[in-house]
Design a protein around this ligand. Structure first.
Ligand code: ADP
Ligand code: ASP
Ligand code: MG
Length: 422
């Protein structure tokens, strides 16, 4: 008898009809003899709707009291969908009970809107499973030491599911979504994208961190740390397909590079519109400058991604970096008020109309010329590269946002990702 965690995303939970389908699918797994824990997201659009209401009343402010209330608010979306799923399961004749993050004991830190799970107390759930119940646990939320409700960042239900699977030593965590697996790139941008039967954990981690929102990055980190068997698959197949067929469908995240792994040099392309570029111009070129600028940004708890410093001319240089687009205004304001006056820099310019496109593949470790091929392909399309960043298994470029789809498609083709793997 296996212990299985299912996670269903917002679109999969998007209407009562879809919730009934989820219930029928879960009931099928329970009747096959599995112990089932199910983690649903809020119904699609609900989290945005709730956060939109808050913004109508008061524009987003990065203050703790404001963010605390956002979590109190946004967490209700998952509470509603969990109860609805438990009701649907009961109407399928399955004993089911739903719990919120705090009832279940999902302990997090207190960083509202992006809390991290620290501990999960699974005693209550185990007792229910022993009594033959299906347990539904809200995704996306937890509770801090003082009993405040927290949320785990957008897309955080993936992380709830994988963390619960890790804590309970589940046999497998199945992430059901609106595509039938992990593709070579987002199939909504490149219709020729191919589903990967397997992807290595390291590649999945890069893809998620570089913008492929099919899995939240923290869920992949959890899966790696605790070796949780993880699969991404479709919730849109007929609920009554053969369970053995369903169990091997989609994309498996693998932890070992086995013989059968697709040996492409580049496995996937990720992209993100979430960034903005900031340049500090006319900075005196002397030791401590990077620290002076980025130290202030880090102290304000703003994450910096790609960084470049230009060659200096006449003792002055330009220093550019990217931050999350949501942090753009705050970063510019901080630099203008705190850094410019003490630095003697000339000016700050920003650009929010950029994007980051990345190629990812463990094959890049052992192949040279992959990055240069990427640059050539982009130049052939007339796309100007503004910034570059590389690591062992990825190369990212920052380009004008209007060329994002063109860049993704050109790279997808140039690296033969539209061709079946041999
Ligand atoms: P859910 O609501 O189920 O959590 P998400 O919208 O968060 O679903 O994630 C699924 C979406 O991720 C897909 O609809 C797809 O557009 C997008 N996506 C981005 N990159 C990829 C990729 N490489 N493979 C598959 N889907 C991707
Ligand atoms: N409902 C949350 C969101 O929209 C969490 C999730 O869907 O994973 O971000
Ligand atoms: Mg998601």
């Amino acid at each position: 008898m296996a212990l299985i965690v299912h996670k269903y995303g917002g679109t999969s939970m998007g209407s009562t009809e879809r919730i009934r389908n989820v219930a029928k699918r879960v009931a099928k797994w329970a009747r096959a003899g599995h112990r089932m824990v199910v983690v649903p997201s809020a119904m699609s659009g609900e989290t945005n709707r709730l956060l939109g209401l808050a913004k109508e009343l008061a524009p987003a402010k990065p203050t703790t009291p404001y963010n605390r209330e956002l979590d109190m608010l946004a967490s209700t979306g998952e509470q509603a969908s969990s109860a609805l799923l438990a009701i649907a399961l009961q109407s399928e004749g399955v004993q089911a009970v739903s719990y919120t993050g705090w009832q279940m004991g999902v302990q997090t830190d207190s960083s509202y809107t992006k809390a991290r799970i620290e501990r999960i107390d699974d005693e209550r759930v185990r007792a229910d499973l022993d009594a033959g119940r299906v347990v539904v646990v809200t995704g996306f939320q937890g509770v801090d030491e003082l009993g405040n409700i927290t949320t785990l960042g957008r897309g955080g239900s993936d992380t709830s599911a994988v963390a619960i699977a890790a804590a309970m030593k589940a046999d497998e965590c199945l992430i059901y979504t609106d595509v039938d697996g992990v593709y070579t790139t987002d199939p909504r941008v490149e219709p020729d994208a191919r589903r990967l039967a397997k992807i290595s954990f390291e590649e999945m981690l890069e893809m998620a961190s570089l913008g492929s929102k099919v899995l939240q990055i923290r869920s992949v980190e959890f899966a790696g740390k605790y070796r949780v068997p993880l699969r991404v698959l479709s919730s849109f197949t007929p609920w009554d397909i053969d369970i053995n067929e369903e169990a091997v469908s989609g994309t498996l995240i693998t932890f070992e590079e086995d013989e059968t792994m697709e040996q492409a040099v580049v496995s996937g392309i990720a992209f993100s519109r979430d960034e903005a570029k900031i340049s500090v111009l006319g900075v005196p070129d002397k030791p401590g400058i990077a620290y002076h600028i980025l130290g202030a940004v880090a102290d304000a708890n703003i994450e910096v991604d790609v960084i470049i410093q230009n060659l200096s001319k006449d003792g002055k240089t330009d220093f550019s970096f990217t931050v999350n687009r949501a942090e753009f205004a705050r970063t510019v304001d901080l630099l203008k008020t705190k850094v410019l006056p003490t630095l003697g820099a000339a000016d700050i310019v920003g650009d929010t109309k950029i994007c980051k496109v990345s190629i990812v593949g463990i094959g890049m470790r052992s192949h040279v010329g992959v990055a240069s091929k990427m640059f050539r392909v982009l130049s052939e399309e007339g796309i100007n590269i503004q910034m570059i960043s590389t690591s062992e298994i990825k190369t990212s470029v920052v380009i004008d946002e209007k060329y994002m789809e063109l860049a993704v498609r050109a790279l997808h083709k140039a690296f033969d990702l539209d061709q079946p793997a041999n």
